[in-house]
Every structure is written in structure tokens, then in C-alpha cells.
Design a protein around this ligand. Sequence first.
Ligand code: DP6
Length: 329
Amino acid sequence: MTTPNRAVARACSNIALSKYWGKSDIEHNLPAVPSISMTLSGLVTTTSVRFDGSLKEDQVRLDDRVASAREAVRVCELLDRVRALAQIDARAEVDTRNDFPTAAGLASSASGFAALAGAACAAAGVDYDSALLSRLARRSSASAARSVYEGFVELPAGAPGDDTLAAKPLHSRTHWDVALVVAVTAQGPKAVGSTEGMERSRQTSPLYAQWVEQAPELNRQVRAGLAERDLDKLGAAMEQSTYCFHACAMSSLPSILYWQPPTLAALRVIQRLRSEGISVWATMDAGPHVKALCVRDQAPLVEQALKEAPGVLHTMVATPGPGIEIERA
Ligand code: DP6
């Protein structure tokens, strides 16, 4: 390639309403269970990619610092797949920034790999569509497959070897006026990353096989609650999905206990609000933070209650967000 080609992509993070935990195929990064997510407004990663034939190697910057070797490996692997599709061998300069505070404790890998797939394909001149971007993002981090689409999104379970697996859009962002209130309960990176945590669960948790068997039914209930805009139905299945996967993590050997004391305090607040007649439901990722789903009108009340939970550091509110946006620069 003689002319340097640059593109910029923006993608939002997402929260799983029914959870992915466990792989059916490690090499192709295929989930053992289906998951459904909500794309989150305001939690945006912006990534620019420039292919340049004069570069000797890929250069990766994350939030204005040079990426560590470990971080850069996953980025370069995605770039290699895009280079293979475009039949080019130019190295790339990658610059990626998260608009959301790093102290928010929210995973940036979902928005990050979706934005990287979009910017890299556009910069390399690949003839892409959303399914291809979702598939490329999934290969790097399965939750990232969902961040390609707006609103509400499903990633089916993958059959071993099926590298075509991509997420599918379920409903647009205007489908339902819900909000996700995030209660940040600790600072610093989580003790065990999701990839390692789910593999340890698969190998050692006596609950794992049952989780894989039950997860499709919970996913079905979440999908139905979402379609019917029935928050009680969706919420009950969403909470159970969270508690089931955390039970797998906790019952692994050695145990993976993501919870901190403020985690329990925040979960109790959500239970109390519900006993007072408010439909608000908890979900969590592989970390100590608690996220509460409610209708948008009730988000201020839920946020205030979570702020007052002992140990909660800060809170933020997100609503259903847009899908990936890509510009050739
Ligand atoms: C608990 O997508 O981070 O957040 O595919 O190994 O990169 P890899 O895992 P990742 O796992 C996310 C797990 C989760 C649930 C979810 O987002 O569905």
C-alpha cells in the first residue's frame, strides 16, 4: 500500500442483560451460552487506525500512552485478520481513547474492539458490513460483538469451529425508555479478568455444566421481557443470570470472588427499593460494581439511593445508545 489510509470509529460500551460466561471454543472465541445486551450511551471509545507502508511495526496508543505488550497483542491480532481480508501487509498506527472515566470501573474492551474492527476495516479498504465487524470484534472479545449495534442486541451461542458467529440487532435504542444506573464500588482493575475467570469456571466449578444448560432459558426470558417491555419479567431473569454466573465464579477453584462489601450494600438497596414498589433490577459484570436497570423516570431516585449505600464511590446513568459510527479520514 503506497497511500496511507486512515479511518476513525466510535463505539459505545454495552451491558449484558443476560450474561455470557464460558466458551464453547477457545481458539475461535465462541460463547457457550447466548447473551443479550443494551448498548450504553455516553460510554464511548474512539479509535483511529492509519495503515502506512513505511511503518516497521504496529504502533498502539491507549488513552495517550503506549499500550503494554499484553494489550498490543490483542490489537495486532485483530489488525492481522483485517490485513488478511484486505490482502495488504502495511503496519498500522492505532490511537484509541475512552470518553468515559477510567475510574468508572467499566469494561472498555467491548467498545474498544468494536471501534478497532470498524476503523481498521475502513482504513484498510475492506468491503465490510455490520455482521463482519461484529464477527471480527467477537473474535477479540465476545462482548464486543454486541457493541457494533444500537439499542438491544443478541449474541447467540457459538457451535465449536463456527467462526462466522456475529451478534444480531434485536430492537432500536428508542424501543424502550430504560436507564442503567451504575454504582462504582471499588477502584483499580479487577482481580481476575473475564477470559481467565470463565475458563477457570469451566474447568473447576461444579455449577458450570448447569449454568450452560440453564442460560438459554434465562436468555429467552430476557428476550421476551424486552420485546414486551415488561421490566419485572426481564429484571427477574437478568438478576438470576447475574447470580448464576457469579455463583460459577465463586465456586471455582481457587474461588473468584468479585464482590466487595459495598457490592452487597448496593444489591440490598436494590432489593429494598423493590420492596417499596419500584421496579429496579441488578446486574453485574466480572467485577465488584453494581448496575441497576429501571425506567428512565425513576433513574434519579435509584441513583440517589445507590449513592447513599455505604462504600459506593460514585454513580452514573446511561441509556440505550447508538451503534458504531465510522468515518474514512
Ligand atoms: C461477565 O467479552 O470480556 O461481562 O470474550 O474472553 O474477551 P472475552 O470475554 P468478555 O466477557 C464478558 C463477560 C461478562 C458478561 C457479558 O458481557 O456478557
